[in-house]
Ligand binder design. Structure first.
Ligand SMILES: [Zn+2]
Length: 92
């Protein structure tokens, strides 16, 4: 079965209001944690996504840095917006 990330929680890790840059930590249903960066101007745009190295990658099984999650950036972005994670986490 092809991998598809499923967001279960999002927390804001940092932001620079002036530049509209936001960093979020995303928890996925399979136990994977990811870090994403967004730029909110002129509209929310996902600029980077990477897996945090606490658990092996669910795609390639490596337990060090890999770039697999980049392939799912549109899935992350879609869920962040549809699940209103973005607006909720940004308001924290
Ligand atoms: Zn990987």
């Amino acid at each position: 079965m092809p991998y598809r990330p499923q967001i279960t929680n999002v927390t804001k890790a940092g932001n620079n209001e002036k530049d509209g840059l936001y960093e979020f930590i995303i928890n996925l249903a399979d136990g994977t944690d990811c870090r994403v960066f967004y730029n909110r101007y002129p509209e929310w745009k996902l600029t980077n996504v990477s897996r945090l190295g606490k658990t092996p990658c669910p795609v390639c099984r490596k337990d060090f840095i890999c770039r697999c999650m980049e392939k799912f950036s549109s899935d992350f972005d879609e869920q962040m917006k549809e699940g209103e994670w973005l607006s909720k986490a940004a308001a924290e």
